[in-house]
Design a protein around this ligand. Structure first.
Ligand code: SF4
Length: 365
C-alpha cells in the first residue's frame, strides 16, 4: 500500500496546491523569477523534491485554473525552509527554481525560453515548435505555429543550460513536436549535432516512430543514449478519437519499433509513456504488459488537462484510480526481469507515477 509522502505526491498531482505569499515571494526572489515556466501540460506546476527523495510537479491555480480549485495542500516558507501542509500534517519540500538562463537570449537573438526548458535536472529541447500532428491532450499544436529552430541556437541553449549557475542541467531530452516528412532530415541533423557536441552527457530522444523518421541503429551510432517511444493510449477506439495521427501510425508499429530498439539500446534505455486517466485502467494495464514483455520500461503519466487544449474541461484522474494504476502496473513489471516503471532518472519522476526504491535501478544523472 502506498503511504504518507508517496500518496501525498499523487494527491498533489491531482488536486494541486496553494502557494502562500511568503513562499511565493521567496521563490520569486528579488529577480522576480517565475514560479514555473509552465511550458507543457504535465509540467505546468512547481517541481519539488519531498522527503524520501520523492519528486513531484504540483499544479497551481496560476496555470491550471481549470482544475486546481479547493485543494487541501499549501506550500509555505518558514524559518528558512519550505513546507507542504495538508489538514494538520506537514512535510519538508524543496522547490526547484527556474534556471537563471530562462530570460536570456541566444547569440542570434532567439530567446532561450523558445529553445530550451530545464525541468529538475534535465534540459529539454524541441527542434520543432508546434507539431505536424495534433493530439487533443497536448498543448503544443494548439499554442504554437509549426516552425523549425536553428540547430546552432539549440546547441547553444543546451550548453547554457548545462552550465546554469542556479539549476544546471545534467542530461538532455530532445522531444517533439513531430516533424513534417520534409523535415525528417533536419530532425536527424539536430540529433547528430547535439550528441556530437556533448559526448559526455546523456542525450535521449522522445519521438513518434513515423516511417523513415527514426533509424534505431543510426541513432545509437550517433551517440543517443536512450529512447522514449510513447504509446500514450492503448485503447484503439479512444486513441483514434483523441490522437488520430498517432493512432494511424499504428500501435503495432510502435511495439515492433520498441522491440527492435531494446537489444540495441539496452535494458533501461527504452521507455514508453502511457497516460493514465483517459482510458479505462484495464487498457492502460494491457499497455503496461505489452511494453514490459518486450523489455521496455512503461512510464505512467497522470493525465493533466491543459487549459489550451480541447480536453481542458476534463477532470484529472482520481487519487484512488492513480494509486490502483501504480500498484497494478508495478505488479506487472515486477514479473519481467530488467524492466522497471520508468523513468530511471529520479528527478525526472516528478510528473509520473514512479518512486525511488532500493533496487539500484534508479539513479541521479
Ligand atoms: S505528437 Fe507529441 S508533440 Fe505532437 S501533438 Fe502529439 S503529444 Fe504533442
Amino acid at each position: 500500500m502506498l503511504r504518507d509522502i508517496a500518496r501525498a505526491k499523487i494527491e498533489l498531482m491531482t488536486y494541486g496546491m496553494n502557494v502562500s505569499e511568503t513562499a511565493r515571494k521567496t521563490i520569486e526572489g528579488n529577480e522576480k523569477r517565475p514560479l514555473t515556466l509552465a511550458d507543457y501540460a504535465s509540467t505546468s506546476g512547481i517541481s519539488m523534491v519531498l522527503e524520501k527523495n520523492i519528486w513531484v510537479n504540483a499544479p497551481i491555480k496560476d496555470y491550471n485554473p481549470n482544475f486546481v480549485g479547493k485543494t487541501p495542500y499549501t506550500l509555505d516558507f518558514r524559518n528558512g525552509r519550505f513546507f507542504v501542509s495538508s489538514n494538520g500534517i506537514e512535510f519538508e519540500a524543496k522547490p526547484v527554481p527556474v534556471p537563471s538562463y530562462h530570460n536570456g537570449k541566444a547569440q542570434s537573438g532567439e530567446p532561450y525560453r523558445n529553445l530550451a526548458i530545464t525541468h529538475t535536472d534535465r534540459v529539454r529541447i524541441s527542434p520543432i515548435e508546434g507539431c505536424a500532428i495534433a493530439c487533443q491532450f497536448c498543448d503544443l499544436p494548439y499554442e504554437f505555429r509549426y516552425r523549425k529552430k536553428h540547430v546552432t541556437d539549440l546547441v547553444e541553449s543546451i550548453r547554457t543550460a548545462l552550465s546554469d549557475p542556479i539549476q544546471p542541467a545534467k542530461h538532455v531530452l530532445i522531444s517533439g513536436g513531430t516533424p513534417k516528412p520534409e523535415d525528417y532530415r533536419y530532425e536527424n541533423e539536430v540529433y547528430r549535432a547535439v550528441a556530437s557536441a556533448f559526448p559526455k552527457i546523456d542525450v535521449d530522444v522522445m519521438m513518434v516512430p513515423m516511417p523513415n523518421l527514426l533509424d534505431i541503429q543510426r541513432l545509437k551510432d550517433t551517440g543517443i543514449h536512450g529512447l522514449s517511444i510513447n504509446l500514450e493510449l492503448y485503447n484503439q477506439d479512444i486513441a483514434r478519437r483523441i490522437m488520430h495521427s498517432k493512432w494511424k501510425a499504428s500501435r503495432e508499429r510502435y511495439l515492433d519499433f520498441i522491440q527492435e530498439a531494446i537489444p540495441i539500446f539496452g535494458e533501461g534505455n527504452v521507455r514508453s509513456l502511457l497516460m493514465v486517466g483517459i482510458e479505462p485502467l484495464e487498457d492502460t494495464l494491457k499497455g503496461v504488459e505489452a511494453l514490459a514483455e518486450r523489455g521496455c520500461d512503461p512510464v505512467l503519466s497522470p493525465f493533466r488537462p491543459d487549459p489550451s487544449t480541447p480536453m481542458r474541461n476534463e477532470k484529472p484522474p482520481r487519487v484512488d484510480f492513480l494509486v490502483e494504476a501504480y500498484e497494478k502496473a508495478k505488479e506487472i513489471v515486477d514479473k519481467y526481469k530488467g524492466v522497471k516503471l520508468g523513468p530511471r532518472c529520479i528527478p525526472c519522476m516528478h510528473n509520473t507515477l514512479t518512486f525511488p526504491d532500493n533496487s539500484g535501478s534508479y539513479r541521479y544523472s
